[in-house]
Design a protein around this ligand. Structure first.
Ligand SMILES: [Zn+2]
Ligand SMILES: [Zn+2]
Length: 317
């Protein structure tokens, strides 16, 4: 189906890709995998979406549809090779192009319904930042009675706080400084600690059931693992280029686990959108024109955004 794009979020992955930091890229390339817009045209086989409907596209636009993960609705873990929304090679051999654009054509199986209850400009970041944090929170059962820590309060982190709080968990933010404390508490956190302060790691030993790490820079794993209680799980969704070093005893003591998580499946992404609509959760966004993208990239790299940039695609028309 053809989607007329209205807003596109700026994800840190876009910057890595544009700058070939994650390997060689076939230029020219259009990035963007937080896309919302309206269905403009549908092909004869499209049955699930209608012209005019508000829809979204996230990080994937296709997968093998046959492997165990795909059959289980976990296309993000497709072992046959899924197709990323941009800089991927689709099954017909074309290089996929992302959402910093007026239009995109996507197979309906990889298109999400975006409920009207979610503010239009704020919906885009749910397609990557939202699902990336929702999926591990659900998988490791964050909810009433569980204590969740979120490391880093950026694009991903602020969504992790909002979603974990809405799921009923007791949420703690672990941020470098206390600069964004008021925001963190407003997003639903009950506690907020500075990781720059050594006393934090003393005070919080053996506290959390689940830690979601959204930081893409190296962190001292031994200090963080010791914040987990018995059977606690540390999940990283941030992907620093350097290895995260895990001392065995930090895991052995208290039977802790160290895990990773990658976006979410299509069905789960729909579930997340419906959950956010029902609970009134949306990302905090700063809407910019297309001519401000380069400046926005610099501000993302400097952590100077509260909390996600969204491009108003009408400025491209
Ligand atoms: Zn992303
Ligand atoms: Zn597959």
């Amino acid at each position: 189906m053809l989607i007329e794009i209205r807003y596109a979020g700026i994800c840190h992955s876009d910057i890595h890709t544009v700058r070939s930091e994650w390997g060689p890229v076939a230029y020219p390339l259009t990035v963007g995998h937080e896309i919302v817009g309206r269905v403009a045209e549908v092909g004869p086989d499209v049955t699930r979406h209608a012209v005019g409907e508000r829809v979204g596209v996230g990080c994937m636009v296709n997968s093998c549809r046959e492997c165990e993960a795909c059959r289980d609705g976990q296309e993000q873990y497709c072992t046959g090779g899924n197709t990323m929304t941009y800089a991927g090679v689709d099954r017909d051999g074309t290089v996929t192009q992302g959402g910093y654009s007026t239009h995109v054509v996507v197979d309906e199986d990889f298109v999400l319904r975006v409920p009207e209850a979610i503010p239009y400009e704020a919906a885009a970041p749910l397609l990557c930042a939202g699902i990336t944090t929702y999926s591990p929170l659900r998988h490791w059962k964050a909810g009433p009675g569980s204590k969740v820590a979120v490391v880093g309060l950026g694009g991903l982190g602020h969504m992790a706080v909002k979603i974990a709080a809405a799921l009923g968990a007791e949420v703690t933010v672990l941020s470098q400084t206390l600069n964004k404390k008021d925001d963190g508490l407003a997003f639903g956190a009950e506690h907020y600690y500075a990781t720059g302060d050594k006393a934090t790691f003393q005070a919080l030993q053996n506290t959390f059931d689940l830690i979601i790490n959204t930081v893409s820079a190296p962190i001292k794993m031994s200090s963080y693992l010791r914040l987990l209680r018995l059977d606690g799980v540390f999940v990283t969704v941030g992907a620093p280029p350097q290895p995260l070093e895990v001392p065995a005893f930090a895991l052995i003591n208290s039977r802790r686990s160290f895990a990773g998580s990658n976006i979410g499946g299509i069905a789960e992404t729909q579930e997340m959108l419906d959950f956010c609509a029902e609970r009134g959760i949306a990302p905090e966004v700063e809407v910019i024109g297309a001519d401000a993208v380069n400046e926005a990239y610099e501000r993302v790299l400097a952590s100077d955004v509260r909390y996600r940039f969204v491009i108003d695609v009408d400025t491209l028309r």
